[in-house]
Design a protein around this ligand. Structure first.
Ligand SMILES: *Cc1c(COP(=O)(O)O)cnc(C)c1O
Length: 321
């Protein structure tokens, strides 16, 4: 499977008695390894891996990582080894970790402060063995990951052109910030092509990081991408467009609470749509609160469902505790 064979993911309206114009873009329906934003990013990373003829893939992530599951799947399909370095602190068994094992990934678990050095040592060892390893940053961070979400933004813009609907707000779960950066870059590129486009707000709901660092990471990714593409931009404009809300991180990464649990149950019952504790459930719950507090119920709103279906099943089986 390559990116050329992927159709735009579906956008549809949710039947909601509070929000009359709430739409969702189902990235979880990308037809590879339960989809999600990590599948969209990994498809692009593997185009480069194939081009470079890399013969082993090294990446980083916890036992809950959607990114590691998808990367392990794509490596296994190519019959090339996949080495995953993960933090001891988050190494419990989950559906994602079981899948990583099924794909035959080699998982190296070390205390979180040793992760960086372990990655370096592993890459060094592989090169000494005469291998040509390819390293993917955790979560598919970097310009390739950003590019994946510029393309997602283009799909949204195409949908708007076809239907005449304009989304005033786009919400999604923001983690490493790559998805967020890609969407903002997409908006900047659209404006540079078509002149001043109708305004909209792109709002990342942080699932863990706090401001100012969380937003700074997104901004750095945006600048890095635009500079690499030699696209001129105005820093003030980029800063205004980058909205990173850290009010809904709760107790931190992967931590559930009653509100999130109820949001997940509610979304499954009302829309038949699975969400998870770490990302989509947290963001959906935060989005609804944000809409209420800012009186946005009459706006056209798009929620990007960024995937994580195996985490939904962890929630169901109570494994995500
Ligand atoms: C990784 C992930 C995110 C966050 O994406 P980033 O690009 O890292 O900000 C959101 N939702 C799901 C389901 C994810 O797996």
């Amino acid at each position: 499977m390559n990116t050329g064979s992927i159709k735009p993911t579906p956008i549809h309206k949710l039947d909601d008695n509070e929000l009359f114009s709430l739409y969702v873009k189902r990235e979880d329906m990308i037809p590879y390894s339960f989809g999600g934003n990590k599948a969209r990013k990994a498809l692009l990373f593997f185009e480069e891996i194939d081009r470079l003829g890399a013969d082993v893939v090294v990446t980083y992530g916890s036992s809950h990582s959607n990114h590691c599951r998808v990367v392990a799947n794509m490596a296994a399909a190519r019959n090339i080894p996949c080495v995953i370095i993960g933090p001891e602190e988050v190494s419990d068994t989950t559906y994602n970790s079981v899948l990583m094992e099924l794909f035959g990934a080699q998982i190296i678990t070390v205390p979180v402060e040793k992760v960086h050095d372990t990655i370096e040592a592993e890459l060094e060892r592989l090169r000494k063995e005469g291998k040509n390893p390819y390293f993917i940053m955790g979560g598919g961070h970097g310009n390739i990951g950003t590019e994946a979400y510029v393309r997602c933004y283009d799909e949204i813009a195409d949908y708007e052109k076809e239907t005449g609907i304009h989304f005033d707000y786009i919400f999604f779960a923001s983690g490493t910030g790559t998805t967020h950066a890609g969407l903002v870059c997409g908006q900047i590129l659209e404006a540079s092509k078509n002149g001043a486009s109708k305004d909209r707000k792109i709002i990342g709901i942080s699932i863990a990081r706090k401001n100012p660092r969380g937003r700074d990471v997104v901004l750095d990714s945006i600048y890095e991408y635009l500079e690499a593409k030699e696209i001129s931009f105005d820093r003030k404009d980029v800063e205004e467009k980058t909205i990173f809300i850290d009010d809904y991180t709760g107790d931190g990464y992967g931590k559930e609470n009653k509100d999130i649990e109820n949001t997940i149950k509610d979304a499954m019952i009302k829309y038949g749509m699975p969400l998870d504790v770490t990302y989509t459930g947290k963001a959906f719950c935060g989005m609804k609160d944000y809409i209420r507090k800012n009186n946005l119920a009459d706006k056209n709103i798009l929620f990007i469902h960024t995937g994580g279906t195996p985490l939904f099943f962890d929630f169901l089986s109570g494994a995500a505790k």
